[in-house]
Design a binder for this molecule. Structure first.
Ligand code: LLP
Length: 426
């Protein structure tokens, strides 16, 4: 389904359109998103998880067009802020297909989620149990909720994006009994309907073992709940976190592999405990959006440091991709606007921001004849790049251009100086 290729002239194309033409029309930097690939990835998840629910994690990248694609491809949507909820509703996602997350949802966010009738709110603390129950009572609703638990897994990923070890801010721990206590509290409240247990262990994970431990421990809690309260909860959500390939060395698992692993474990554990198999759901974000887009930059200056490396400065940087600076993330990069037979040189691709940490690709080989005006492409920037973009140095955030059927259109337009000044009310 992927439509990114390199033409005979060496120019990279997406959906049949050469990046040279796209750069002329939309400027650089810009994210180019392959809509067909995005939709195909949605279908790969729903096919793999047939009979289960796939909630796309909107934090990876969300826009109204994305919400429409999700709706059309039969996915649900996980939101974690009022802004994401507003985008989802504005694009017509039925509220019952939305799940609301967050470790510190504001009273306003809770109110809006309950009022809109979201399919579930994932409770993250004792306080939130009370807050959501009050909102539901006030609005005369019974709100479906899940409880987010911390299963105590050390996910093998960057510290900032691991979320199931005990010493962190998310969820209620299984180990110290807070999860079980949260279940007791929720079951006592008529305004809340406890439908399931939620666990998300982290992000950019390649190893299935953590997901399997998480699944086992969540079913363990369902068993305890059955034994203590005589109720069998109908749902479990095992979160997102499946890693993608950022560089050729990465070897990610496919949706069908994780689907099979999770199903098998949950089925086995439920059979052993005499539980009815609950309905499974998952929340992939990166694995759907990540591979579908690349960032196109124009090379500005090329500075050769004798005996060290060459610094290639592009017209964006940490404002359109903070992941290298924040997580030491690795990316690859390629000359996209022409062919070159020049020798490869060790390059560091850096941005235009006022700090040395402004690195897009730490170490990359690019042709030694690289020069100002060349276009270079950084793949796998569809997730957590535009969604984490900033206006640092008052740099304008790039557009997201969707390419489909040989046509390209902005789904998020380029920011303008007028946009910046509009917020600055003097
Ligand atoms: N569900 C929950 C409750 C989450 O917190 C997340 C991600 C996901 C699902 C989706 O995870 P994914 O499938 O995308 O890995 N900014 C970081 C990633 C932070 C992920 C936060 N939560 C990055 O750029 O790597």
């Amino acid at each position: 389904a992927r439509t990114v290729a390199r033409g005979a002239d060496g120019v990279v194309t997406v959906g049949g359109l050469p990046v040279t033409r796209l750069a002329e029309e939309f400027g650089t930097p810009a994210y180019f998103l392959d809509e067909e690939d995005f939709r195909a990835r949605c279908r790969a998840w729903t096919d793999a998880f047939e009979g289960a629910d796939v909630f796309y994690a909107g934090k990876a990248f969300l826009s109204r067009a994305v919400v429409r694609w999700l709706r059309e491809e039969g996915l649900n949507l996980d939101v974690c802020s009022g802004g994401e909820l507003a985008t989802a509703l504005a694009a017509g996602m039925p509220a019952e297909r939305i799940a609301m997350h967050g470790n510190n949802k504001s009273p306003g966010e809770i109110e809006r989620a309950v009022e809109a009738g979201v399919g579930r709110i994932v409770l993250d603390s004792y306080q939130e149990i009370v807050r959501v129950a009050h909102a539901a009572e006030r609005l005369g609703r019974r709100q479906r909720v899940q409880i987010r638990v911390t299963v105590g897994v050390e996910a093998h990923t960057h510290e900032f994006i691991a979320t199931a070890h005990e010493d962190q801010k998310f969820g209620l721990a299984l180990a110290d009994g807070q999860a079980a206590e949260a279940v007791r509290r929720v079951l006592r409240l008529d305004a809340l309907e406890l439908v399931g247990i939620h666990s998300h262990i982290g992000s950019q994970i390649f190893d299935m073992a953590g997901f399997e431990v998480s699944a086992r421990r969540v079913v363990g809690l369902l068993t305890e709940i059955r034994d203590e309260h005589g109720v069998e909860l109908p749902e479990i959500d095992l979160g997102g976190g499946l890693g993608i390939a950022y560089t050729p060395e990465d070897d990610p698992r496919e949706p069908y592999e994780i689907a099979k692993a999770l199903r098998d474990i949950v089925a086995r554990e439920c059979t052993a405990a005499g539980l009815t198999m609950p309905r499974l759901s998952v929340e992939p974000g990166r694995a759907i959006a990540g591979p579908t887009a690349f960032t196109l930059y124009e090379v500005g200056t090329v500075k050769e440091l004798a005996g060290l490396r060459t610094y290639v400065s592009v017209d964006g940087g940490m404002s359109d991709n903070i992941r290298t600076a924040l997580y030491d993330a690795e990316y690859s990069v390629a000359l996209a606007s022409r062919a070159s037979t020049a020798e490869p040189m060790l390059a560091r691709v850096v941005g235009k921001h006022c700090e040395s940490g402004d690195i897009v690709v730490r170490d990359a080989y690019l042709p030694a004849d690289l020069a100002a005006g060349d276009l270079i492409a950084v793949p796998a920037t569809g997730a957590y790049c535009r969604s984490m973009a900033s206006n640092y140095n008052h740099v304008l955030r790039p557009p997201v251009v969707a390419v489909a059927d040989g046509a390209a259109r902005e789904i998020v337009r380029r920011e303008t100086e007028a946009d910046l000044l509009r917020l600055d009310v003097g």
